[in-house]
Design a protein around this ligand. Structure first.
Ligand SMILES: Cc1cc2nc3c(=O)[nH]c(=O)nc-3n(C[C@H](O)[C@H](O)[C@H](O)COP(=O)(O)OP(=O)(O)OC[C@H]3O[C@@H](n4cnc5c(N)ncnc54)[C@H](O)[C@@H]3O)c2cc1C
Length: 480
């Protein structure tokens, strides 16, 4: 039987942040995920905003963690080489009724200790954001709302945790948890049983099913779908800031913002559903985004859509972010309701979990050889010509552009595959180096990426999946 000290269930943002934090200490950690790649479910399909917590419910754990997390991103994104920009958000009031709500929103931000929210006049807002609805009455500016590459963030935390000794068991589903005398004993997985002292349930949408395995299912997960449009990076109408609507109790609302790579993101919806797997988009959902966002940015050009997608928020009933440890079940830590701000708060949750383990008796000693930094894959297209020339001389694969839309070279794709916790599928390559993220969405480079994956992984092209097993892309030889 495999043996470890801590099993973290889930390699999404939260699980990987916890694993990285634990890797600073002398303790054995294994992360188990049913997916073939790190990156989670919700963690790879969100708005990619690092929030300030200005609109969280004051006094809650969620508010505490989001507010604590936001300032951590300056350092963590430098240390782990993650694309991140503090572009700021604006919250325009379009109607008189919305205008009247602004003081209340600013006061709520203050109660959340977000003190840098400023009122902006109509003129100031239109100067900052010329594409804003000219009917705007005034609004708020939230300077530290930021954008990030959510895929790279999670990969970077996982890679860095791995460099510090954390084991990753991917494509491995947890099917049961065994306990003995009120203590955690082992985790049963599709790849065998793992003896462990601690289990951390960071399974997102499935955290209720994991909790059920230890008789702690005091809640049910209700997936809350969010649909999005992604617009081409050359679309005619662009915004400089995260343009947010006045939030409601259910959702932060439908926004428009630049992504870290220069596309425009428009959405999301907030639709509760029974299914934890239905990630379809719908005409109704997409039309509701169009209507709401046109109210903020009338010229938004949805004809420049290059793709649509949806993500499922792991919402919980009863609602709210919960952290639980139990007197009658030593070694079990349950996280649930990591809903709309989980990408942001993940880094603070990592620290929170470790501190709570210590309060509950874990004897965690710092390692003196923790590696705090991780280097990402060099983006060829962002280098000056002299550097590009030198790279091609050093490695001719830099001279072969595979993804024309995003100018991604073969050398970058090969590195994505061969790094520790490397890419094994077409989507995993896409999320590491952006091959297939451009206007043609992989129409041109898809077959070439399959070929490179098959060559590097030493298998047949028919064995290469889009993402998880069974999602194969070719059934035999084609003309390419
Ligand atoms: C539409 C939308 C917009 C959002 N916008 C933002 C935003 O702008 N900013 C922000 O901070 N947050 C945002 N969020 C929220 C954020 O994405 C989530 O809160 C966060 O990603 C949750 O991370 P997680 O690691 O808990 O879950 P996940 O990313 O879902 O990871 C859970 C992992 O557990 C694994 N797992 C589950 N069951 C098992 C099992 N039995 N065995 C093994 N593995 C298992 C899954 O495979 C998965 O990889 C948004 C979410 C959505 C859907």
């Amino acid at each position: 039987m495999l043996k470890t000290d801590v099993v973290v269930i889930g390699a999404g943002a939260v699980g990987c942040a916890i694993a990285r934090e634990l890797s600073k200490y002398k303790i054995n950690v294994t992360v188990v995920d049913k997916n073939e790649d790190v990156g989670g479910d919700a963690s790879k399909s969100n708005s990619a905003i690092i929030h300030t917590g200005y609109d969280a419910a004051p006094g809650t754990l969620e508010s505490q963690l989001v507010v604590a997390a936001n300032p951590m991103y300056d350092e963590i994104t430098k240390d782990l080489d993650v694309p991140f920009k503090r572009i700021g958000a604006i919250l325009p009031a379009i109607t008189d009724e919305q205008f009247e709500k602004l003081p209340e929103i600013k006061e709520k931000a203050f109660r959340n200790h977000v003190y840098d929210v400023e009122f902006k006049t109509k003129e100031e807002l239109l100067e900052m954001e010329p594409e804003l609805n000219p009917e705007v009455k005034g609004g708020l500016f939230i300077p530290r709302e930021s954008i990030i590459d959510p895929f790279i963030l999670v990969q970077a935390m996982a890679e860095n945790a791995n460099a510090n000794g954390v084991e990753f068991m991917l494509g491995t589903k947890v099917t049961d948890i065994k306990t003995e005398n009120g203590k955690i004993k082992s985790v049963v997985t599709t790849a065998g049983e793992i003896e462990t002292k601690y289990v951390i349930n960071s399974a997102g949408l499935y955290c209720d099913e994991i909790a059920e395995m230890v008789g702690k299912a005091e809640y049910k997960v209700v997936a809350r779908k969010g649909q999005f449009y992604i617009l081409d990076n050359k679309t005619s109408c662009q915004v400089n800031y995260i343009v947010l609507p006045i939030p409601t109790k259910v959702t932060k609302g439908k926004l428009m913002c630049p992504t870290i790579h220069g596309n425009m993101l428009v959405g999301p919806t907030a639709e509760d559903q029974e299914s934890k797997v239905d990630k379809s988009t719908s005409t109704e959902g997409l039309e509701s985004i169009a209507t709401d966002v046109r109210n903020l940015v009338p010229n938004v050009n949805l004809r420049d859509t290059i793709t649509q997608y949806s993500g499922l928020r792991p919402n919980r009933n009863p609602e709210g972010l919960n952290f639980d440890m139990y007197d009658d079940l030593e070694g079990y830590i349950n996280l649930s309701g990591v809903r709309s701000t989980g990408l942001t708060l993940s880094v603070a949750m990592g620290k929170y979990v470790v501190q709570q383990m210590m309060y509950h008796g874990a004897n965690l000693e710092f390692k003196d050889n923790f590696i705090s930094k991780r280097k990402g894959i060099i983006k060829f297209c962002e280098q000056p010509v002299e550097v590009q020339d030198a790279l091609i001389k050093e490695n001719p694969l830099y001279g072969n552009v595979i993804c024309r839309c995003e100018t991604i070279t073969e050398a970058e794709i090969v590195q994505a595959i061969n790094r520790p916790i490397g890419a094994k599928s077409v989507d995993a390559v896409k999320r590491r180096v952006r091959a297939g993220m451009g206007r043609c969405q992989g129409g041109f480079c898809g077959p070439k990426v399959i070929e490179i994956l098959a060559r590097e992984l030493n298998c047949a092209p028919e064995d290469i999946n889009k993402n998880n097993p069974g999602s194969y892309m070719v059934t035999g030889r084609s003309r390419v």
